[in-house]
Design a protein around this ligand. Structure first.
Ligand SMILES: Cc1ncc(COP(=O)(O)O)c(C=O)c1O
Length: 365
């Protein structure tokens, strides 16, 4: 391809690094000639998808020739009941990532900027720079978002503030009061996107109450994902919650059939499968503690996490240790792209997966 073409690339995209997904099990099996590979790289649910959702697949051969419900009517009703809101407060996305992108598309341009924390989820930078805007990154405090500092970085160009709560990859969270104080302090013309992809895993009594915040602040959008607790990462579905006026604006820039029919059906069933969610939370609590203790016993420094993953630091190069672990059949995540080159991030797996990971890691230290 002629490189002449690339001279016309939008400046924000020219220096953007593509999102690096976790390596897939099939890919690693093929590359290393392995027969048993475990993946603890992308914060998926180690118990798999909700059995109630999976049971739908047995009868799912009808309607594939029809476009999905472009309004997601049934799913929005189920989400509305779950969230104690109404359907007009909800936008569905092809993963919650798409909702983040819709916000950027609606509000950002080359004359504007967005604010996020350093070491925050990588997609904020991607959607901001793809819109030609600039991302301003605020230094962290003990690896967490320092929300008290955010207002100092606001200018007339600021259109969006992204808050990952909890954040990936650090696993840190912000309290309800911290988020409230920020919202109360900033101009109502700035959209605050509160990304709660790992919401269900957080068991802290001072964690955010999205409903209370949404009731008070019209410039807030809360995003949630079906990829984590509900185990539906492969079908790509997530949603945003906000006031109907903002939802209507985002619907203008949304692709007509952005969420496929199967994803909508599975999400409806998964949201109602409380038993699976409770089991997943329980496993995460027990195994998270186990992993934290074992990693600490190995002399590794863990960032305390409220999510379903732990980032830990060692006297190693994250990329190198990641590759060595992968060659032994364990996929984790290096996070050098988050300016954390001496860290690895591991998803909290089943007990057997965690044991296997710890065994292989210990051999490399
Ligand atoms: C903080 C955070 N937000 C959003 C997402 C995107 O999730 P989804 O699969 O719903 O697009 C992720 C995925 O890892 C994440 O870590």
């Amino acid at each position: 391809m002629s490189l002449e073409l690339l001279k016309n690339l939008n400046p924000g995209i020219a220096d953007l690094h593509p999102y690096e997904p976790g390596r897939s099990i099939d890919e690693v099996m093929l590359e290393y000639g392995l027969t048993e590979v475990i993946k603890l790289a992308s914060n998926e649910n180690p118990l798999g998808a909700s059995p109630k959702a999976l049971s739908l697949l047995k009868n799912s051969s009808k309607g594939f020739h029809l476009y999905p419900d472009g309004n997601g009517t049934k799913l929005k009703k189920v989400i509305a009941t779950h969230e104690k809101l109404s359907s007009e407060n909800i936008i569905l996305g092809n993963g919650s990532n798409e909702v983040l992108e819709l916000a950027a598309r609606a509000f950002l341009n080359p004359e504007s900027s967005a604010i996020a924390s350093c070491h925050a989820f990588a997609v904020y930078k991607i959607v901001t720079q793809s819109s030609g805007a600039t991302l301003i990154e605020v230094p962290t405090k003990n690896w967490g978002h320092d929300l008290q500092e955010f207002p100092q970085h606001i200018s007339s160009e600021t259109k969006i503030i992204f808050i990952a709560n909890p954040n990936n990859p650090t696993g840190t969270y912000n309290t309800h009061q911290e988020v409230y104080d920020l919202l109360a302090k900033i101009p109502a013309s700035i959209l605050v996107v509160l990304d709660c992809a790992y919401f269900e895993y957080v068991e802290k009594c001072d964690y955010v109450d999205p409903l209370a915040l949404l009731a008070e602040f019209d410039n807030l959008m809360v995003t949630k994902s079906f990829s984590k607790i509900h185990g539906l990462a492969s079908v790509r579905i997530g949603y945003g919650l906000s006031n109907p006026a903002l939802i209507e604006v985002l619907n203008r820039v949304r692709q007509p059939f952005n969420v496929n029919a199967l994803a909508q059906d599975l999400a409806c069933a998964a949201l109602e499968d409380k038993e699976h969610s409770q089991k997943s939370i329980h496993l995460n609590r027990i195994e998270g503690l186990f992993l934290l203790n074992e990693l600490t016993n190995l002399g590794l420094e863990c960032i305390p996490s409220v999510g379903n993953f732990i980032s830990f630091k060692g006297e190693f190069n994250g990329q190198e240790t990641f590759k060595k672990l992968m060659a032994r059949g364990v996929i984790v995540r290096p996070i050098d792209l988050y300016d954390m080159p001496n860290f690895l991030r591991v998803t909290i797996g089943t007990h057997d997966e965690n044991l296997r990971f710890l065994e292989e890691l210990a051999l490399l230290l």
